[in-house]
Design a protein around this ligand. Structure first.
Ligand code: KG4
Ligand code: ZN
Length: 346
């Protein structure tokens, strides 16, 4: 069968990444996946600083590429193309990746393939589990929250999504408000495991409304109010207070995501897919309580549930290389006029 080997680059947020994926016949293999985080650089600012991110990407991308090629044991001459995230994301970072990919493409005479970052996440279950179209995808990260009906490599239908914050952002803000370390997701999840979710009443935004749109900004306000209530009463927060606040917050996120997933699944099942499947991606999909709840919603409907391994759920370049392979197979190429796009809806 056909063999396709593609180098992927990713630099749209706060991870600089390069990876090589090879397809032999119908069997994909991740030959390498290098991810350089920037958490330390942004820690003092309580969020990603675009200027700092852009500079760090520009500094690190070359060594990430070298490392990815050497880990994979391939030379530029072994590649069929170079794929790069061309958006959406922080424009300075996206530009750093696109310029690096263009340089490689021009120097090595390789086809250039621009990939939508969201498509990279959305196509990952085909890399990990060979899913066939159409499947339902919930993309939940620090910047995104949307239900996508994935019908093809270039064919996505957005069923709905957040009307304000992304859940990862809400986890990060919750951690910040409670003085817990960033990124907030893992630290809030760990505290929530020690807490009682019933102690504080958190809202379940938009559950009373039809459709699959979600909202998380009200949860942040509710958390602030609950925290200030405890502080006013006792002069500070104990570890148990923190744990109970985390548990209450996380339980609300779990309820909202499962209720909306149930509705999105019903819409998807209306199309009578041959092999129904529901996949999650994005950093928030790392959350065990959220995974378990979504798995149950899918199981109740006889739908296969998939969560890619954590390293492929969060930002990485193997998913970009894979999306590149999917596009390459269909004859989709870009050229040196490829532009970096801060906004790029699927
Ligand atoms: O996909 P990702 O690495 O980057 C983008 O946002 O694109 O996701 C990072 C987000 C952060 O907001 C982080 O707090 C959240 O995913 N996250 C989690 C967990 N692990 C990471 N949220 C909830 N529970 C977790 N265990
Ligand atoms: Zn992402």
């Amino acid at each position: 069968g056909e063999t396709i080997t593609i180098l992927g680059l990713e630099s749209s947020c706060d991870d600089t990444a390069a990876g090589v994926v090879r397809l032999v016949g119908n069997q994909p293999e991740i030959l390498s996946s290098v991810v350089e985080g920037q958490t330390d650089l942004h820690a003092a600012f309580g969020g990603v600083v675009p200027e700092i991110a852009a500079r760090a990407h520009a500094e690190k991308i070359d060594t990430c590429v070298e490392q990815a090629l050497s880990d994979a044991g391939v030379a530029l001459a072994d590649l069929d193309a170079v794929a790069v995230t061309a958006g959406p994301g922080l424009i300075g970072g996206v530009l750093a990746g696109v310029m690096c990919a263009k340089a490689i493409s021009a120097a090595a005479g390789l086809p250039l393939i621009g990939v939508n970052h969201l498509a990279g996440h959305a196509l990952t279950p085909r890399l990990t589990d060979g899913l066939s179209f159409p499947y339902l995808m919930l993309l939940v990260s620090g910047g995104h929250c949307q239900f996508l009906l994935v019908r093809g490599v270039e064919d996505f239908t957005r069923l709905g999504g957040t009307i304000d914050d992304a859940p990862g952002e809400a986890f990060d803000k919750t951690a910040k408000l409670l003085g817990l370390p960033q990124p907030g997701g893992p630290s809030v999840e760990a505290r929530a495991a020690e807490g009682k979710s019933a102690r504080f009443a958190f809202p379940r935004p938009l559950l009373d409304r039809p459709g699959v749109d979600l909202s998380f900004s009200g949860l942040k306000t509710a958390l602030l109010r609950a925290r200030d209530g405890v502080v006013a009463e006792k002069g500070g927060l104990t570890e148990q207070d923190r744990a109970d606040l985390c548990a209450g917050f996380q339980a609300a996120v779990v309820d909202v995501l499962s209720a909306k997933s149930a509705r999105a699944l019903d819409l998807y099942l209306d199309e009578a897919p041959a092999q129904p499947a529901f996949a999650v991606a994005g950093g928030v999909a790392a959350n065990r309580a959220i995974r378990a709840a979504l798995e149950q919603v899918a199981a109740e409907r006889g739908v296969r549930f998939l969560a890619p391994p954590l390293s492929l759920c969060t930002d990485n370049a193997a998913m970009i290389a894979w999306a590149g392979i999917e596009r390459f197979r269909l004859g989709l190429r870009d050229d040196l006029s490829l532009s970096a796009r801060p906004r790029w809806p699927l």
